[in-house]
Design a binder for this molecule. Structure first.
Ligand code: RP5
Length: 162
């Protein structure tokens, strides 16, 4: 199975990014997490993106806050699918990172999830790998069914209380 790379702009992003790693592990998807910054370590971020395909990665998740150029900078240096997680920050609540991540110029796509949307970034990367992996697709269907069952159980409980 291809690996998923989870790259974050700062170790301060880890508490949110950990949820992506946990989700990937829950599905048995091999992953690596790294800290590379588009601004503080631009050469390392570029080298990682350029060599990711030959090192067995199938998808790259890139989380960054503030002037969040990491996902775009990685996407500029690979043709692997890149999923950007805009991180919530103090000054602008993550809207800065959301716009920086989602507003990519034509030709270099980044699939942006919600602000701090680490779980969905992981699920989307799993869905991409599951296009060619029936076992993974089955696990995704099972998770959807389990999530739906939880909602229906909550509804049944609500009816008893009202
Ligand atoms: C971004 O700047 C990082 O992704 C992080 O979200 C934000 C703040 O980084 P630190 O100053 O906490 O290292 O590049």
């Amino acid at each position: 199975m291809k690996k998923v790379a989870v790259v974050m702009g700062s170790v301060s992003d880890l508490p949110v990014v950990q949820k992506a790693v946990d989700t990937l592990r829950d599905f048995g998807v091999p992953c690596e997490a790294h800290v590379y910054s588009a601004h503080r370590t631009p050469y390392e971020a570029k080298a990682f993106a350029e060599t990711a395909r030959e090192r067995g990665f199938g998808v790259i998740i890139a989380a960054a806050g503030m002037a969040a150029h990491l996902a775009g900078a990685i996407a500029a240096n690979t043709t692997l699918p890149v999923i950007g997680i805009p991180m919530k920050s103090k000054a602008l609540d993550g809207v800065d990172a959301l716009l920086a991540t989602v507003q990519m110029p034509s030709g270099i796509p980044v699939a942006a999830v919600a602000i701090d949307g680490a779980v969905n970034a992981a699920l989307l990367s799993i869905q991409i790998l599951a296009v060619e992996d029936q076992e993974l697709a089955k696990k995704l269907s099972e998770k959807r069914a389990a999530d739906a069952a939880k909602v229906l159980a909550a509804d049944a409980e609500l009816q008893k209380q009202l």
